[in-house]
Design a protein around this ligand. Structure first.
Ligand SMILES: [Fe+2]
Ligand SMILES: [Fe+2]
Length: 178
C-alpha cells in the first residue's frame, strides 16, 4: 500500500505554498502591474478556497470528534469556531480585492484602488499568519496518527489530498503535474 504523507504534513506544506502565492501577489502589487496582480490574486484566492474547503469538509469534523474524547481538549470547539470566522474574513476580503481590481480594468483609478487592495491584502496576511500558527500548533496535530487509528488517518489524508487536487478548470495549467 502506498504510504501517504500525514494530514499535518499535507496541510502544513499547503500553508507554505499559499504563503509563496500571497507573496507573489504582494510583489505584483508593489511593481504596480494591474494584470499580474489580478492574475496572482485570483490564483491565491482559488488556492486558499481549496485549502479552506479541505479544512471545513474533511479536517474540522474529525478534529471535533477527537476533541470530544478528551477532557484536555475542551477549548478546541471554540478554536474551530474562531478559525471558521477567519476563513469567512479571508474570503470576504479577497472577494472585495478582486472586485476592486476588476473596476480598475473598466474605470482606471489605479492608485486609489491599489491602496485599497494593499490594505485588504495586508489585513488578510496578518490574520492568516496567526490563523495558520493556531492550526499548526493546536489543530493539525489532532489529525496525526497518534490521535486517530491508522485507517482513519489514511482515509482523512487521502480525502484532504483529493480536495487539494481539485483545481478550478481555469487554473488547470497551474496544477502540479502528477
Ligand atoms: Fe484554516
Ligand atoms: Fe490551514
Amino acid at each position: 500500500m502506498k504510504l501517504l504523507p500525514s494530514v499535518p504534513d499535507i496541510l502544513y506544506s499547503d500553508h507554505v505554498e499559499l504563503d509563496t502565492l500571497l507573496h507573489a501577489t504582494l510583489e505584483a502589487l508593489d511593481v504596480g502591474d494591474v494584470a499580474r496582480t489580478f492574475e496572482e490574486l485570483d490564483f491565491f484566492w482559488a488556492r486558499l478556497a481549496m485549502h479552506i474547503r479541505a479544512e471545513h469538509l474533511r479536517l474540522f469534523p474529525v478534529v471535533r470528534e477527537v476533541a470530544e474524547r478528551s477532557a484536555e481538549l475542551t477549548d478546541i470547539p471554540l478554536l474551530l469556531d474562531g478559525l471558521r470566522e477567519d476563513h469567512d474574513f479571508f474570503m470576504r476580503g479577497l472577494a472585495r480585492a478582486i472586485k476592486a481590481l476588476r473596476l480598475v480594468f473598466h474605470f482606471g483609478n489605479e492608485e486609489e484602488t491599489f491602496a485599497i487592495v494593499r490594505d485588504l491584502i495586508g489585513e488578510i496576511a496578518a490574520r492568516l499568519k496567526i490563523h495558520n500558527q493556531i492550526e499548526e500548533e493546536r489543530i493539525y496535530p489532532l489529525a496525526a496518527e497518534n490521535c486517530l487509528d491508522t485507517a482513519s488517518a489514511n482515509e482523512l489524508a487521502s480525502s484532504v489530498a483529493a480536495e487539494l487536487d481539485k483545481y478550478p478548470n481555469r487554473f488547470a495549467g497551474r496544477a502540479p503535474v502528477k
